[in-house]
Design a protein around this ligand. Structure first.
Ligand code: PAF
Length: 282
């Protein structure tokens, strides 16, 4: 596995891969890798001839006061995991390489960026779109792999790929969970044992809503009420949102018959956690 830190190095490494490999897969990450990330790498390995992973804690997607400085950084351990999965190239730039002095171009996906996480984290979707656009331009992958856990990110990036005519397939992989249901996240490391127990209310809420839908409830309002009742079992969590939306536009839907995304976000102790389930059309 080759590790490169510069854009020129990444381009040269990809050019060498291109000589013999037809399909190049990109797995963008911020490191602190867990099984969720590794599932993306495995999907990329299965679907592509070569895999480029990136490790970059992107400063532009963190607002002032968020956890940029404390975000877990485990470069050596991450590289060992990626090497064991058979990744071909790791691109791990410094911030100055990605955003040299004077860099002033941003990628803004309008409207959709103001929904779900974008409402409480304004600037976050823009930071994600900007860095992912840069990674797409540097690596020029045939397929790029993202986790369904960040459903708002997926919706924003789908719009960006479509609107900007990126010549690649965006592949979205299912959320990977701990055995007790907690969605895997690098931010789970922030949780104390008690907070971790409280955090389980997020997946419990989603399962409860799924069960209500299976029992025949299709209107969003009673489904949200049912979910809020479960969330109230853990008063120490600070709910950001529980919404039922169209997975493509992130706009609220009145019922789930045509398919929907049930998404929840809450702060638990020092961690802001997100989770969601996709409800298939009836
Ligand atoms: O999902 C993440 O880890 C990040 O938002 C991403 C896509 C790597 C961009 O920094």
């Amino acid at each position: 596995m080759l590790t490169v830190k510069t854009i020129a190095g990444a381009r040269a490494a990809v050019a060498r891969l291109r000589v013999e490999r037809h399909c190049i897969g990109l797995v963008p990450t911020m490191g602190a890798l867990h099984e969720g990330h590794l599932s993306l790498v495995r999907a990329a390995k299965a679907a592509c001839d070569a895999v480029v992973a990136t490790i970059f804690v992107n400063p532009t997607q963190f607002a002032p006061g968020e956890d940029f400085s404390t975000y877990p950084r485990r470069f050596e351990a991450d590289c060992a995991l990626l090497e064991a999965e058979g990744v071909d190239v790791v691109f791990a730039p410094e911030a100055a390489e990605m955003y040299p002095a004077g860099a002033s171009t941003i990628v803004e996906v309008e409207e959709i960026s103001d929904r779900l996480d974008g409402l409480s984290r304004p600037g976050h979707p823009r930071g994600v779109a900007t860095v992912v656009a840069k990674l797409f331009n540097i690596v020029q992958p045939d397929k790029a792999f993202f986790g369904q856990k960040d459903a708002a990110q997926v919706a924003v990036l789908r719009h960006m790929v479509r609107d900007q005519n990126y010549n690649l397939e965006l592949v979205v992989c299912p959320t990977v969970r701990e055995t007790d249901g907690l969605a895997m996240s690098s931010r789970n490391h922030y949780l104390s044992a008690d907070e971790r127990r409280s955090a389980l209310v997020l997946s419990r809420t989603l399962r409860h809503i799924e069960a209500r839908i299976a029992a025949g409830v299709v209107e969003s309002a009673p489904l949200i009420d049912a979910g809020l009742a479960v969330l109230a079992e853990e008063p120490e969590i600070r709910l950001d949102y529980l919404r039922i939306v169209d997975p493509e536009t992130l706009e609220d839907v009145a019922d789930v018959s045509a398919g929907a995304l049930v998404a929840v976000a809450a702060a638990v102790g020092p961690a802001r956690l997100i989770d969601n389930v996709l409800i298939p059309p009836r």
